[in-house]
Design a protein. Structure first.
Length: 317
């Protein structure tokens, strides 16, 4: 199945993952202008009223770009909605997305039919992130248009499945839009995701160490200085298993090799949630991140890597 026309403007088949706290309009706009889907969590706008201002900023900036550069229009943007029952902002945030007719909605932590229907009412497309085939079935049954397969090695709330197994199982029955998340930080990895059967690569950690990201400079430097050996998988910090930078855990006075288990029933994504701000999420693909640089520079490099990877394949056959 071909991708919906909304993806026709992409320079590279990449969706930038929504990064908690880090993704803000400046980053989203830079990603879209560079030719990939930019995204941010609705919950990053605090207070909630700020979401209106941010959506106005993004839509106006991208429209201005398209008027100035009709030959290279911006890619669409996405808003991530945490649909877990503890998110007491969800209805208001969805109403704001309806106001601006947000092109893409990425839903996480539970599939809800009414959220999908709401997005469809204004012409939006919904991608739902899943960590296994069972959750993928549930998401599609409840009306999601596409899926984000979150495999082992992804930053944030990651799964444990090999990307080979996860994509293979989903593609056995689903021919809709499918993105792959998990350790993707180079153009070659983007091509590999497509070779496995995904339509799009879903990339987050590689964009933390960019000039436009709203991340602590120490966080950005830690990513540049780290590799996959520095990633710890734990559910202590949110109640959901995810990958985190080991040096940030040590800096917080915790032993990364002896972390407690959290009770998943206690996770809370409401407006009063107080995250572990100094425990920094990150995926295993960061060995390819060698410098803090503008988003455009990073995507240019990925584009070159993507072309080189395609050229290597016939030689290896």
């Amino acid at each position: 199945m071909s991708l919906p026309p909304i993806f026709d403007k992409l320079r590279l088949p990449i969706v930038a993952a929504p990064l908690f706290i880090i993704s803000v309009p400046r980053l989203v706009i830079a990603q879209c202008k560079a030719g990939i889907v930019g995204s941010m969590p609705a919950l990053n706008a605090r207070p909630a009223s700020l979401l209106d201002e941010w959506l106005a900023e993004i839509t106006e900036a991208l429209a201005a770009h398209d008027r100035a550069h009709p030959e290279s229009p911006a890619a669409p943007f996405a808003i991530n909605q945490i649909v877990h029952k503890s998110n007491d902002r969800l209805d208001d945030d969805m109403a704001m997305c309806a106001k601006y007719k947000v092109p893409l909605i990425i839903t996480s932590l539970g599939a809800r039919e009414e959220i999908n229907q709401a997005a469809h009412a204004w012409g939006g497309i919904v991608l739902h992130d899943v960590i296994n085939n069972r959750f993928a079935h549930k998401a599609v049954e409840k009306g999601a248009d596409g899926l984000v397969a979150v495999a082992a090695g992804a930053g944030g709330h990651a799964g444990v499945k090999s990307p080979f197994a996860l994509i293979q199982e989903i593609r056995a029955w689903f021919d809709g839009p499918l993105a792959l998340s998990g350790s993707i930080a180079s153009g070659g990895a983007v091509l590999a995701a497509q070779a496995m059967g995904a339509d799009l690569a879903y990339i987050g950690s590689a964009f933390i160490a960019t000039e436009e990201a709203r991340a602590d400079e120490a966080y950005k430097r830690m990513i540049v200085e780290s590799d996959s050996d520095d990633i710890v998988y734990s559910n202590l910090f949110t109640g959901v298993h995810g990958n985190y930078l080991k040096p940030s855990i040590v800096k917080a006075g915790l032993d990364p090799d002896n972390l407690e288990q959290s009770d998943p029933s206690k996770m809370n994504f409401g407006s009063t949630r107080k995250p572990w701000k100094d425990i920094w999420g990150c995926g295993q693909g960061i060995g390819n991140v060698q410098a803090i640089e503008p988003v455009g520079t990073r995507i240019e490099r990925m584009a070159r890597e993507y072309v080189l990877a395609r050229e290597r394949i016939p030689l290896a056959a």
